[in-house]
Design a protein around this ligand. Sequence first.
Ligand code: NIG
Ligand code: FE
Length: 412
Amino acid sequence: MNELKLIGPLRQLLTMEALPLKGSLSDSQLQIVEQAGILISEGKILATGPFERLKNDYSKAELYELKGDHVCLPGFIDAHTHICFGGNRANDYALRNSGKTYLEIAKSGGGIWDTVTQTRKAGKAELIKKTTKLANRHLKTGVTTLEVKSGYGLSVDEEIKMLEVIKEANNTIPSDLIATCLAAHMFPKDYVGTKQEYLEELSTCLLPKIKEESLANRIDAFIEESAFTAEDIAPYFSSAKKLGFDITVHADQFTTGGSKVAVDFGAISADHLEASTNEEIKLLAQSNTIATALPGASLGLGCGFTPARKLLDAGATLAIASDHNPGSAPMGDLLTQAAILGAFEKLSNAEVLAGITIRAAAALNLKDRGKLAKGMLADFSLFHTNNYQEILYNQGNLKPCMVWKEGNLVFN
Ligand code: NIG
Ligand code: FE
């Protein structure tokens, strides 16, 4: 029996429908339905529209009637995180704030390798528990889909272990975790062989195994002198493409070069871009590669933001993600960070909200979410206010009062 559920009345419903993927947006492009309802069937949206009309048209629907004013937004999508890790790097943070740079700390024993050591030591159960806990923390802030990278294993077995942890964690929580293999995060310090041999081993041993076990369909690499250059990565990306993986890139974080690699390989997204110049901005804007800003890394490292305004004005697609990780972005609060990026980069409400909904869905190549329209997953959050502008105005301090995932109330 096809069970129908009707939720409302909602003071404002922002569907994020019909917004272009590319370029700047003004708030007048947001289609706001007042006194709206959402009709749900089998975890998906059957209709949105005026509540009273839906109530009449679907009189048999189970009613979830709301009291007071609520603004409804699609579930947020955090398209770049590293929330599966062992230990923490509070010491790195203290060292950075006393003047050491991220790269200096990495060279002297901290950085990514420190987390690799701690993640390898951790058992699967411990990692599942930790990943679950962090994903559930994000859920309370309205994030119903999170991308999660491996990249702290850095050997075939340890990367598989991380991807299995992400898969198992995904099975125990309401939100969806989208796994990405980041075995090319850095050249592992204990690898016996050259960088080229390491990448070759990933291509021939790791990637086919990931496919076989359906552990991920995305791969990522950190393009930077301290990790992998454009030249290093080309054969690895070619192999991954042949196997059908979507590619995403940690690009232009400290120096440029990564966004060109991303565009050349038709990557789905280029993330970071704090160091991008007008040249890289133009390149991204003329491509289909989505530019993902990571304000949490700017806040964690105390450095400049991704040039989001310039990217949008040039015509790029801008997604915004938290980069939640133990090193450069320990805060992990997408809504707060997106609001702050908006204030510093002069982004409209529409640009910020699209960056964490419909445009973030595109950055993960997910076609079933990011907007509230017929056939989409019924993933959405309600905020206790009568005006959607108050959500970003409160810079993350106005939290959702309810979160729904696939038609079920999962947090209130
Ligand atoms: O996105 N830049 C490389 N990777 C991560 C940091 C990971 C870490 O420091 O543990 C990032 O900022
Ligand atoms: Fe990252």
